[in-house]
Write a protein that binds this ligand. Structure first.
Ligand code: DOR
Ligand code: ZN
Ligand code: ZN
Ligand code: ZN
Length: 388
C-alpha cells in the first residue's frame, strides 16, 4: 500500500487515560472490541479503562480479564485502572499492590467519588507508596444534590435541578490539601470549572504533586447544548459556562492542566432518551479529541507540538510508559492525520457502539488517515479497522 502523507501530520499516536469501555457487564453500551475500534479511529493506541464495570475492576481476575481481552482484540494497548475501594463503595481500600502487579496502571473510583477524606488520605498514601497514584472524580455529592445541569441561566430556564460548581471545587481543594499533606500524588479527573483550575494552579505553585486532565467536551461545549440536545448534553461533571471553557483552555495552554483525556462514556440510545433526571450522564469522545485540540491550535491557544504533547506524550508519561518514538528501526506506533480535512459525525463514522454526543450530525475538522500499532496499520480512513 502506498501511503500519501502529503500535507499530513505524522505524530506519535495518542494515549487516553480515561475511557469507559463497559466491559465486563454492560457490553450493550460498549465493549473492549468496539471501544478499541473507536480508539484507533481517533488516533489512540493506548487507553486506560475505568473500573465502574460489573463487576467493578477491584480484583486481580478482572484486571487480567481487561488486559487479556484487549490483547485478543489486538488493535491497541488496553490497560485497566482499578478501583480505590472495594466495589467502589468508598469504605474499604482494595489490595492495590496486588492489582498493580496484575497490571492496573492507577486507581480511581470514577463515577462514585471518594467522599471520605480519611479513606482518600489512606488511598493516596498507599498508592503513592507503591509508585502509583489515585485519580478522583471530584464531586461532593451533598453539594451536587442530584443536580442534572450546571447551575446557571440554562438550568434555571429549563427548570433542571442545578449542579453548583463548588461541588467540584471543594473536592479539588480537598484533594490538593491531602496531596500537600501526604507528599503523595493525586490526579484530578475531567477538570471543568474556573475555580478548580485556579485551585490546581495554587497547589502546583506550592509544589504539590497534583496533575489534572480535561475532556474535549469541557474544552469546547457549554451548557447551551441543553437547549438543542437535552440528555445528550448531560455529562458529569456538567458542561459549564463560557468563562469555565475559557479557563480550562487557558489552564491547558499554561500547563496547569497536564493533558487531555476523553472520559469516553458510551450509553445506549434508549437510556439517553429517558427523562433528564433518569438518563445517565456521559458522552463519547475518542474520535473528537484530535479535532477539538486542533481547533485550539487554529485559534492560537498553543502550537501543534503542544497539541501532540497533551494528546500523547504527557498522558503516556503519567502512566509510566515510554511515548511512541517515531524513529528509523523502531516498531511503528503512530498516527497520520490531516488537520484540515473535515468529516461528518454520524452513525456510520462513529465506530463506538454508542452515538451519544451533541456533535452528532455536525461537521468537524481534523481527520485521522492512518493509525499504526505494533508496526501494522490498525486503522485507515479508506478501509476502516483492520485486526492484525
Ligand atoms: O459523565 C460521566 N459518565 N461521568 C462519570 O463520572 C461517569 C461516566 C459514566 O460511567 O458514564
Ligand atoms: Zn468521572
Ligand atoms: Zn452561553
Ligand atoms: Zn469517567
Amino acid at each position: 500500500e502506498i501511503i500519501d502523507a502529503k500535507d499530513k501530520i505524522i505524530s506519535p499516536s495518542f494515549c487516553d487515560i480515561h475511557v469507559h469501555f463497559r466491559d465486563p457487564g454492560q457490553t450493550y453500551k460498549e465493549d473492549i472490541r468496539t471501544g478499541s475500534m473507536a480508539a484507533v479511529a481517533g488516533g489512540y493506541t493506548t487507553v486506560v479503562c475505568m473500573p465502574n464495570t460489573f463487576p467493578a475492576i477491584d480484583e486481580v481476575s478482572i484486571v487480567r480479564y481487561v488486559i487479556e481481552k484487549g490483547e485478543e482484540v489486538g488493535l491497541c494497548r488496553v490497560l485497566p485502572a482499578a478501583a480505590i475501594t472495594k466495589g467502589r463503595k468508598g469504605k474499604e481500600l482494595t489490595e492495590m499492590a496486588l492489582l498493580k502487579d496484575a497490571g492496573a496502571v492507577y486507581f480511581t473510583d470514577d463515577g462514585a467519588p471518594v467522599m471520605d477524606s480519611f479513606i482518600m488520605r489512606k488511598a493516596m498514601e498507599y498508592a503513592g507508596s507503591i509508585g502509583s497514584f489515585v485519580a478522583d472524580h471530584c464531586e461532593d455529592l451533598n453539594l451536587s444534590n442530584n443536580g442534572v445541569a450546571h447551575e446557571g441561566e440554562i438550568a434555571a430556564a429549563l427548570g433542571l435541578p442545578p449542579l453548583p460548581p463548588e461541588a467540584e471545587d471543594t473536592m479539588v481543594a480537598r484533594n490538593c490539601v491531602l496531596s500537600i499533606q501526604t507528599g503523595m500524588p493525586v490526579h484530578i479527573c475531567h477538570i471543568s470549572s474556573r475555580l478548580s483550575v485556579e485551585i490546581v494552579a495554587w497547589a502546583k505553585a506550592l509544589g504539590a504533586k497534583v496533575t489534572a486532565e480535561v475532556t474535549p467536551h469541557h474544552l469546547s461545549l457549554t451548557d447551551d447544548e441543553w437547549l438543542d440536545f437535552d440528555c445528550k448534553a448531560k455529562v458529569s461533571p456538567p458542561l459549564r459556562e463560557h468563562k469555565d471553557v475559557e479557563a480550562v483552555r487557558w489552564g491547558l495552554e499554561a500547563g496547569i492542566i497536564d493533558f487531555v483525556a476523553t472520559d469516553h462514556a458510551p450509553h445506549a440510545h434508549h437510556e439517553k432518551m429517558l427523562e433528564h433526571q433518569n438518563c445517565p450522564p456521559g458522552m463519547i469522545g475518542l474520535q473528537f479529541a484530535l479535532p477539538t485540540v486542533l481547533n485550539l491550535v487554529k485559534k492560537d491557544y498553543f502550537d501543534l507540538e503542544k497539541a501532540i504533547r497533551v494528546l500523547s506524550t504527557e498522558p503516556m508519561k503519567k502512566i509510566g510508559l515510554k511515548p511512541p518514538a517515531i524513529k528509523v528501526g523502531e516498531t511503528a506506533e503512530l498516527v497520520i492525520f490531516d488537520p484540515f480535512e473535515s468529516w461528518e459525525v454520524n452513525e456510520e463514522t462513529i465506530l463506538s457502539k454508542s452515538k451519544n454526543t451533541p456533535l452528532l450530525g455536525k461537521k468537524i475538522e481534523g481527520k485521522v488517515k492512518y493509525t499504526f500499532y505494533n508496526g501494522k496499520i490498525v486503522y485507515s480512513d479508506s478501509s476502516g479497522v483492520s485486526c492484525g
